[in-house]
Design a protein around this ligand. Structure first.
Ligand code: C2E
Ligand code: MG
Ligand code: MG
Ligand code: MG
Length: 283
């Protein structure tokens, strides 16, 4: 069809394809080297309770690209999933987050958990359970402080296997959140089969909640649903006091969002912890 519209269009089309393919190849090859070159790092964003106290943090991956600077996960995670790079990369994330949290625990910030995002591809690995347990063992972090965030779509593909792996980890004390909840297709009865501790209400609902009755209804439904299942509801992407008050009014007490803090590097996160405890903890 492009050809019928004239040679110019056709040529443009192929050039555009080439440019995209080239970009993709370059990204892929730099991603393969990124871990070895120490270009990956973790930012941490607090999760707070109803008293604004930090109860945990989510580890969020950043890529410090030598030419392009700091790159956000939405611009590179998909490639790492398609290529399988996410498997060693995800292992590194777990290892780094658990090591970091153990260090903070040892400094006296002892009742904090860390939430780590897990891709479908990682969960599908035959030795996923062993990988997680080995990392906990090596780092000395007690399993109860590790929360794994999975999405509806990543557990729905192969439910029986996922449920078995989740149960195996949960028996050891690791907990699970369903991330971006509400954007998938899970029904309540479906969800009940999964060993889940937390539902994380997707940011898109929180974002429009104050202007959109429909979104408010969805939020209320999710909070009720969590209560009925006897699990926790967490709101992500809370940016305003109004949103926070609305959520708290419906009994959602655990929140994450720019209102409290953006994701920050290790040093800045430590400062947030120290401030909360009334000054730096001396070693
Ligand atoms: P997510 O797991 O849903 O993480 C929350 C995202 O929302 C983060 O984006 C965070 O910076 C952003 N956010 C938090 N509060 C607010 C707010 O109040 N307003 C707005 N506008 N945004 C907020 P980020 O860090 O860019 O990460 C995007 C996604 O990339 C994550 O979404 C997660 O799906 C994925 N991701 C991040 N780190 C990893 C990782 O280590 N492994 C895997 N597999 N995926 C990761
Ligand atoms: Mg997450
Ligand atoms: Mg999320
Ligand atoms: Mg999200």
């Amino acid at each position: 069809a492009a050809k019928e519209q004239g040679g110019g269009d056709y040529r443009f089309f192929t050039e555009e394809m080439n440019r995209k393919a080239l970009y993709r190849m370059k990204m892929e090859s730099s991603l393969r080297k990124a871990l070895d070159r120490n270009e990956m790092l973790l930012y941490y964003q607090p999760l707070v309770n109803e008293s604004n106290r930090i109860v945990g943090m989510e580890a969020l991956l950043r890529w410090n690209h030598p030419e392009m600077g700091l790159i956000l996960p939405n611009d590179f995670i998909r490639i790492t999933e398609e290529t399988g790079i996410i498997v060693p990369l995800g292992r590194w994330v777990l290892q780094t987050a658990c090591t970091q949290l153990k260090h903070w625990h040892d400094l006296g910030h002892s009742d904090l958990f860390v939430a780590v995002n897990i891709s479908a591809r990682q969960l599908q690995e035959a030795d996923f359970v062993k990988t997680v347990l080995d990392i906990l063992d090596q780092t000395g972090l007690s399993p109860e402080w590790l929360k794994l965030e999975v999405t509806e779509s990543s557990v729905i593909r192969n439910p029986e296997v996922c449920i078995a792996k989740m149960k195996a980890l949960r028996t050891k004390g690791v907990s699970f959140s369903i991330d971006d909840f509400g954007t998938g297709y899970s029904s309540l009865s479906y969800l009940k089969r999964f060993p889940i501790d937390t539902l994380k209400i997707d940011r898109s609902f929180i974002c429009d909640a104050m202007n959109n009755e429909g979104d408010r209804e969805i939020i209320k439904t999710i909070i009720d649903m969590a209560r009925n299942l006897n699990i926790e509801a967490v709101a992500e992407g809370v940016e305003t006091q109004e949103q926070m008050d609305f959520l708290a009014g419906y009994g959602c007490n655990n929140m994450q969002g720019f209102l409290f803090a953006r994701p920050v590097p290790v040093g800045a996160f430590k400062n947030l912890l120290d401030k909360q405890n009334g000054g730096p903890v001396s070693k």
